[in-house]
Design a protein around this ligand. Sequence first.
Ligand SMILES: Nc1ncnc2c1ncn2[C@@H]1O[C@H](COP(=O)(O)OP(=O)(O)OP(=O)(O)O)[C@@H](O)[C@H]1O
Ligand SMILES: [Mg+2]
Length: 289
Amino acid sequence: MNNQIIAIWGNTHSGKTTTTMKLAKELSEKKKNIIVVMCDLSSPTLMTVIPYDTGDKSLGNILSAPQITQESILAECITLKKNDYLTFIAYKQGDNLFSYAEYDREKAVDFFILLRHLADYIIVDCTGNMENDILSATALEMADIVFRHITCDLKSLSFYESHLPLIKDRRFKADGHIKILSNIKDYEAKSAVIQRFHGVKYQLPHSQELEEQSLSGSLLESLTSKKGKQYSNIISQITETLISTDSETAALKSQKECSFKLESLLDSIKSSIDKLKDKIFKSFSKDKR
Ligand SMILES: Nc1ncnc2c1ncn2[C@@H]1O[C@H](COP(=O)(O)OP(=O)(O)OP(=O)(O)O)[C@@H](O)[C@H]1O
Ligand SMILES: [Mg+2]
């Protein structure tokens, strides 16, 4: 397993949930096991993606339990009938800040450590205001990759003016965030925003079809319109990069393992030669006497 944690973060309404769903769908179609964690407790969003009853399962049950185990996580996983590779962990409809006992950062860390062992990719749909959500803040710290969503409006600029100082600490590795310009409309001041936020890597266009999918709770369906396909192409590029980076990391890991094994072999050869030399020297000195 590749066991990567991917955090999707950005200002309010920047397309975080949309990207989460599209990325999860695409990776699951490449037969990667995905767990999507949806952090939003102020307006639980899973019912907008899979609009059918998910029973009493809730992320809140995991985090409020005295101890988190793989079993307690698996008990709250929501699976899809049509896609064995895609699993969700989310707050249930009606949950709010007061529904569960409080939890601390340590518990959130335990949660992500255990999750890493359960899927190839853990995709975390973070809340923008991570300062109010321990789970999102911890995901931003522990993620291997953070996709930072920016929209071409003044609210996004304001959001980052306020939030970038909060993730200045080295543990957030904010310089490594991958910046995505999201939901770009033709009339928006795209170039000015690109200039303002250096290093935008991906640009996701606005697609009416995508917006309609959000409205009808069908984000896991494919896009067929021209703009929809443009959007999907960018998601495919991101997916390809994720998968190829994984194989590079895996190759690097196996290279390191090989050189480690080779070094141990050399060490044992050297020690055998030393022992042999010692023996020869001793028998030579005996003969002389
Ligand atoms: N590329 C896009 N094309 C068209 N509509 C989009 C696009 N990206 C996002 N949207 C729309 O913008 C709205 C916000 O998207 P989404 O819910 O994914 O954002 P969010 O960052 O998760 O929001 P929140 O902060 O409320 O959780 C939705 O109505 C969605 O359909
Ligand atoms: Mg959202």
